[in-house]
Design a protein around this ligand. Sequence first.
Ligand code: SF4
Ligand code: SF4
Length: 129
Amino acid sequence: MIYVKTDVEGYVKTAENLFKAGRITYNFPPETPITEKARGRHILIFEACKSCGLCAEICPNMAIQMVEREIDGKKVLKPQIDYAKCCFCGLCVDICPRGALRFTCFPMLVTMDKNNLNIHLKCWLNLPN
Ligand code: SF4
Ligand code: SF4
């Protein structure tokens, strides 16, 4: 009997909130900033990255690969993130000795093909912070 009472109370509370709360969803595309400390897409400061690979080593989901890029005629390794695997834990950001890998509060990751989520970070240098 106590379970029925709890269930009923829960439904009543949900119904109350449904009509009282007003709009609680964000528009899409989102109104930014969502919050200052939100963990959105990463940004890579290319000049600061020393290609040490620590971010790739610490990633628990093996979402980061060091891939070869050509910069000013020189071949260098830079991190690339597969967002189909990333859980936004932040370990890669925390361990980066140069502060080269950072979160933005830009949350949009929308695609119909998960292969499009394996992203070369240089493309994102101009995203809003
Ligand atoms: S982003 Fe930071 S941790 Fe990753 S390779 Fe560059 S310097 Fe190293
Ligand atoms: S935020 Fe976490 S899961 Fe995502 S790439 Fe960095 S270490 Fe890996």
